[in-house]
Design a protein around this ligand. Structure first.
Ligand code: BGC
Length: 417
């Protein structure tokens, strides 16, 4: 073999190696997320396997911490270092905040070809798009105004699903008398705020909108807000002494095991019950927080895509397309506890809680009683949300009285604006 032939051969071998390396790199996604509980990991696995079946490999970047605050801190470090992950689980206004900084990618090629505009509700598009461009792929719709009740504990407490605040309190009182912790709760600001979402909504849809979305100072500081804090104080009396810092899924486990009666939590909690082999209607009951029937406070997990090198863009588009596949939307959300982000996915494979979630969402959307969850970043940007968290948590921990809390809330919101 002549030197020339050998050189040519070596060059083409190098080219093949380069090409296959590039293909491999293009078909890998590094995904930052906070889905680390049992139910969440099971749902994540559905996504991972779906992508793998399409030739896209998965590099996992889990950052534990319900509600995603820690994940967002990790993300800031990566973006600041100029090395964002391929795709990032993100919520509502956080997506918009990143878009404003000009660092997000563009999913238009896939979104337009697949007609996402027609099947993804406007309430989600408001966050998935920025300046008319698709920047994130919504994977689900969760809602926060749910209560998850241990069926045996409910039966022992009279067997009736509470329809209003008084009936809810009566049920919790009976559970206490029966020797269990009435309300399973984890003392973390985002969990306290999740309770607050439901409590504010239970005092009226107009009140929720005025206070949590429009940030009307009169609504934030008025008598209704005092009633909201008074209800929070009452709820606090049903929580056990070890609640501080407890993760939300450990609170779910207390209900699953019958150590506690109920948990107020978004429908990701259902994922834990299912993972534990429990069945809705038999082992646990799902109801809207009493007084919020007909209304929904939602949050949607979206995979936001950052500006990355050309070698990774193909994988971003593949992932976005896989996420919006109606079959995947069904398979994933059945496990996650959420409902599909598309309006055209049949509810056939969903259990009764899932079917109810899908119906409630559609009805609330139609009636104008669908609102972004404050606790989960869909009502106001993080700066204001965090100001609210602070007041809600101080009050829940007894560091702020019910009389003082409304004025503190209004002042904290004003300062954060
Ligand atoms: C997310 C859910 C997640 C939950 C607890 C919420 O903010 O939307 O997907 O399961 O936090 O981690």
């Amino acid at each position: 073999m002549s030197l020339r032939t050998i050189t040519k051969l070596a060059a083409s071998v190098a080219l093949i190696a380069f090409a296959s390396g590039a293909a491999r790199a293009a078909d890998n996604v590094e995904v930052l997320h906070w889905w680390t509980s049992g139910g969440e990991a099971a749902a994540l696995d559905v996504l991972k396997k779906d992508l793998e079946s399409k030739g896209v490999t998965w590099s996992d970047m889990p950052v534990a911490g319900g509600g995603g605050e820690q994940a967002m801190t990790a993300l800031r470090a990566r973006v600041t270092a100029g090395n964002p992950p391929t795709a990032v689980q993100a919520l509502g206004f956080d997506i918009t905040d990143w878009a404003k900084q000009g660092v997000v990618g563009d999913l238009g090629e896939v979104a337009n070809a697949e007609g996402w505009d027609k099947v993804i509700p406007t309430a989600l598009q408001n966050f998935s798009k920025f300046d008319g461009k698709w920047i994130a792929a919504p994977v689900n719709v969760h809602s926060t105004n749910w209560v998850w009740i241990n069926k045996k504990a409910m039966d022992a407490a009279g067997g009736k699903e509470p329809q209003n605040w008084d009936e809810f309190v009566a049920m919790l009182d009976k559970m206490k008398a029966n020797g269990i912790t009435p309300l399973a709760h984890g003392g973390q600001p985002w969990q306290d705020a999740t309770l607050f979402d439901a409590v504010v909504l239970s005092l009226g849809t107009d009140f929720y909108k005025e206070s949590m979305i429009d940030l009307d100072p009169a609504a934030l500081s008025g008598d209704k807000m005092k009633e909201a804090f008074s209800r929070m104080e009452k709820l606090r009396s049903y929580v056990d002494d070890n609640f501080s810092g407890r993760d939300w899924n450990l609170a779910s486990a207390m209900v699953i095991e019958g150590k506690a009666g109920a948990q107020m939590m978004g429908d990701w909690a259902k994922g834990e019950f299912l993972k534990a082999g429990q069945k809705p209607g038999t082992d646990f009951v799902c109801i809207r927080f009493p007084g919020t029937q007909g209304a929904v406070t939602f949050n949607s997990d979206q995979f936001m895509m950052f500006k990355v090198g050309e070698d990774k863009q193909k994988a971003q588009l593949l992932m976005a397309s896989a996420i919006e596949d109606p079959k995947f939307q069904s398979a994933f959300n059945v496990v996650k506890g959420s409902v599909p982000a598309r309006t055209d996915v049949p509810d056939t494979d969903f259990d009764d809680c899932g079917k109810k979630g899908i119906k409630d969402l559609a009805e609330a959307n139609e009636k104008g009683t669908l609102f972004g969850s404050m606790a989960h970043g869909h009502a106001v940007p993080a700066s204001i949300k965090n100001a609210m968290y602070d007041v809600i948590t101080r009050h829940f921990n007894g560091d702020l009285s019910t009389d003082e809390a409304p004025a503190e809330l209004a002042a904290a919101v004003a300062a954060a604006q």
